[in-house]
Design a protein around this ligand. Structure first.
Ligand SMILES: [Zn+2]
Length: 200
C-alpha cells in the first residue's frame, strides 16, 4: 500500500483558498513551511447533498521541503467520493441502530460503499476518539472530562460532537463533519493507523 501523505484541508470557497495560497498563509502539513501555488490536482466528482460537484483542487508546493500537497476542500475526505457530511449521516444512523442497507437506500448510495465507511469507522473508533478528544482539549483547555457513551463507536461519535462544539465556540458556525474532516487532514476514514499522528 502506498504511503499516504496528509492532505491540507482548506475552506471550500475557491477564492479564499487562492487568496490564502497567494498570501503565503497556508503551511505545509509535513514541515510547517510556507506553501506556494503549484498548479492543480486532477479533477474529481464529489457527491454532495445538493448533487454532484466537480472539484479541481489547487495544489501547493512547500518552499521548505519542496513537497507538493493537494488542497482538499473540507467537505471531502481523501479517496472518498462522497461529501463528508453524507458519510457522517450514515455513521450517525448506524450508531443509532439503522442497518447499512436501509441507510444506503435512504441516502442513494451503493450498499457496499456504506458498509465500507461503517467498517472503517468501527476499526478506527479508538483512534478517532483519542484524536478528536486531544483536538478538543487544544481548542478548549477548559473542557471537562468527556463522559463515555458506552461503546467504541458511540464514544468516537461523541468525541466528534465535542470537538465540533469547541470549534464552533472558537471559530463560529461549522458543519461538525467538515470540522472532523479538517482536523483529520482528510484522513478521517483512512486505512493507515498513522493517519492520526501528524495533527497531534
Ligand atoms: Zn514542507
Amino acid at each position: 500500500m502506498p504511503e499516504v501523505a496528509p492532505m491540507l484541508i482548506v475552506w471550500v470557497e475557491q477564492a479564499r483558498v487562492e487568496a490564502e495560497l497567494m498570501a503565503g498563509a497556508l503551511s505545509c502539513p509535513s514541515c510547517r513551511g510556507v506553501l506556494g501555488p503549484w498548479g492543480h490536482a486532477r479533477e474529481r466528482v464529489l457527491r454532495c447533498w445538493v448533487g454532484d460537484r466537480l472539484l479541481r483542487p489547487r495544489r501547493g508546493r512547500c518552499r521548505g521541503c519542496a513537497g507538493t500537497h493537494v488542497l482538499l476542500p473540507e467537505a471531502a475526505l481523501l479517496r472518498r467520493q462522497d461529501e463528508v457530511s453524507v458519510i457522517g449521516q450514515a455513521i450517525e444512523a448506524n450508531v443509532a441502530g439503522e442497518g447499512y442497507r436501509r441507510i444506503a437506500s435512504r441516502l442513494g448510495v451503493v450498499a457496499d460503499t456504506v458498509r465500507g465507511w461503517l467498517r472503517r469507522f468501527v476499526e478506527r473508533a479508538d483512534e478517532i476518539r483519542a484524536h478528536f478528544t486531544r483536538c478538543a482539549v487544544v481548542l478548549d483547555p477548559e473542557l471537562g472530562a468527556v463522559e463515555p457513551a458506552g461503546s467504541g463507536v458511540a464514544d468516537a461519535l461523541e468525541a466528534i460532537a465535542v470537538v465540533a462544539r469547541a470549534w464552533v465556540l472558537r471559530f463560529g458556525p461549522g458543519d461538525p463533519w467538515q470540522v472532523a474532516s479538517r482536523l483529520s487532514g482528510g484522513l478521517l476514514l483512512a486505512t493507515r493507523a498513522s493517519a492520526y499522528s501528524w495533527a497531534t
